[in-house]
Design a protein around this ligand. Structure first.
Ligand code: HEC
Length: 457
């Protein structure tokens, strides 16, 4: 009722302001259908959860509701007192900072939306990337992650929007774990093999942690957080907590039972790709593109030390199964093992005091490193499409796994140590004998349908 009464007045105020005429009896302006698309085209490039210019997020209603650096973005009912309208109107509008100014009609629409109360009509699943049908693949999806369950029964392989769960013995597909996020970044089985944790994301939208019940193939938990992909999920030794990093440069620890955030660590200066638990679950290692592997006290959340000399972005890391050591894979081909402890004796000369071993330099970025179950071997996959396997004890090369059609992103030893699997850009899983590097099988985790649209790449 009151809206109807106010309508002519609004039209007068707004049209006076802009020198244009509004039709008095139009339907109310829709945030979702009319205003949001204007922002999407002209504003969200600088105002989104990952790029908060002026601390303003115009990408969602929830984002707009949060005040920017200079206060609230809008005051419902008062367009002329709302930054959002002020910034896009007038003779020389401040915003958008770059690109074409909004048309008078677009500015008027924003004003009218605010005047009408700035209502949110975002549909419940508006920003969901959930798919209702299982993906059909014309080409094998790029493999970004792969893991065996500790009991040796299952093998998890990343797909698009989903993780394939295979019987590890006969390599037959058992279930397809279809979640919301399109990009699967890492997979890890719980120490008791009953659950699978997945870190994933939708670029520039959200990150997601999923926990799946392995026996039933059902999702038991899923938490969305941050504005982009999450990486390197790892279980605490007692299986009660999950650690992971992300594009947002943070390291987080969640309690598996209820998703409670127990730790958020913001000392890294760049994307955090891997995490690993040491000291019986009391300390955490995090590896980042900022070149550091950081040691964190889990209880206090305090930074202890960088365990390594800062040489190159760290892309991959793996914990040694027995020793308090971590293997390190660098963006410039560095492959090393470090002690997971404080770097106290470091001097200005900057000797790399925690380094246990340095392997031959790899010809390209090292995307993945994996120890054999007994820790005697270290395999490194990366840009070079060949996967060398080294003896941990003296750094000598024992095998070279060949035949990949592109970069390798995932390497996994079977828990008995008799097989080593690789996966990567070409979407094929290759099975090798670690003792001599002989290729024994090649397969795709899912049957392909050449008539389908390409969703794999
Ligand atoms: C090319 C980047 C860019 C684009 C595109 C852009 N902005 Fe901005 N915006 C900025 C920057 C930078 C600031 C911070 C200015 C400052 O702090 O002084 C800002 C600040 C703001 C503010 C806060 C102003 C204040 O005084 O605190 C609002 C509101 C805003 N922008 C809205 C918009 C809207 C609406 C659009 C689209 C029509 C838009 N911006 C497009 C870069 C951009």
């Amino acid at each position: 009722m009151s809206r109807l009464l106010h309508r002519p007045l609004i039209a007068l105020v707004v049209s006076g302001l802009l020198g244009i005429n509004l039709i008095a009896d139009e339907a109310p302006v829709s945030w979702f259908k009319e205003v949001n698309p204007i922002f999407k085209r002209s504003c969200n490039g600088c105002h989104n959860p990952n790029k908060l210019k002026g601390e303003v997020d115009t990408s969602t209603f929830a984002g707009l509701l949060k005040p920017g650096k200079h206060g609230p973005n809008f005051i419902a009912g008062q367009p002329d007192k709302s930054l959002l309208f002020q910034q896009v109107s007038g003779k020389e509008p401040e915003m958008p900072k770059e690109g074409d100014a909004l048309t008078a009609g677009e500015a008027a629409l924003i004003a009218r939306w605010i005047q009408e109360g700035a209502h949110d009509d975002t549909p419940t699943n508006a920003y969901s990337t959930r798919v209702t049908e299982l993906p059909v693949y014309a080409t094998p999806p790029v493999i970004s992650a792969m893991a065996f369950s500790p009991d040796g029964r299952y093998l998890a392989i990343s797909g698009y929007h989903e993780v394939f769960l295979l019987d590890a013995t006969n390599l037959v597909l058992v279930s397809r774990l279809l979640g919301e996020a399109p990009r699967i970044e890492s997979v890890a089985f719980s120490p008791d093999s009953k659950s699978l944790a997945v870190s994933a994301g939708a670029p520039a939208r959200f990150g997601e942690i999923q926990v799946w019940d392995v026996a039933s193939g059902k999702e038991s938990q899923a938490w969305k957080m941050g504005g982009d992909s999450l990486f390197g999920v790892s279980w605490s030794p007692d299986g009660s907590r999950l650690a992971f990093g992300g594009v947002d440069k943070s390291v987080r620890v969640l309690r598996v039972a209820d998703g409670h955030e127990m730790l958020k660590f913001d000392n890294h200066g760049d994307w955090v790709f891997r995490t690993a638990w040491v000291a019986g679950g009391n300390r955490l290692l995090s590896a980042s593109r900022d070149r550091a592997i950081k040691l964190i006290d889990v209880t206090s959340g305090q930074f202890i030390d960088d365990i390594n000399k800062l040489l190159e972005p760290v892309l991959s890391m793996a914990r040694h199964p027995k020793e308090e050591w971590a293997a390190y894979g660098g963006a410039e081909g560095g492959l090393r093992i470090y002690k997971a402890k404080e770097n106290q004796e470091r001097t200005d000369a900057n000797n790399d005091v925690n380094q246990v071993r340095q392997f031959e330099r790899q010809p390209g970025a090292v995307h993945t490193v994996a120890f054999s179950p007994d820790g005697s071997l270290l395999a490194a996959g990366g840009a070079s499409a060949e996967v060398p396997v080294y003896k941990t004890s003296d750094g000598s090369r024992v095998a070279t796994l060949k035949g990949h059609g592109g970069a390798v992103f995932a390497v996994a030893f079977s828990p008995s140590g008799d097989r080593i699997l690789t996966g990567g850009f070409d979407g094929l899983v290759r099975v090798y004998d670690p003792s001599n590097g002989r290729l024994t099988a090649i397969f795709t985790p899912i049957r392909l349908d050449p008539t389908a649209g390409v969703v794999g790449k």
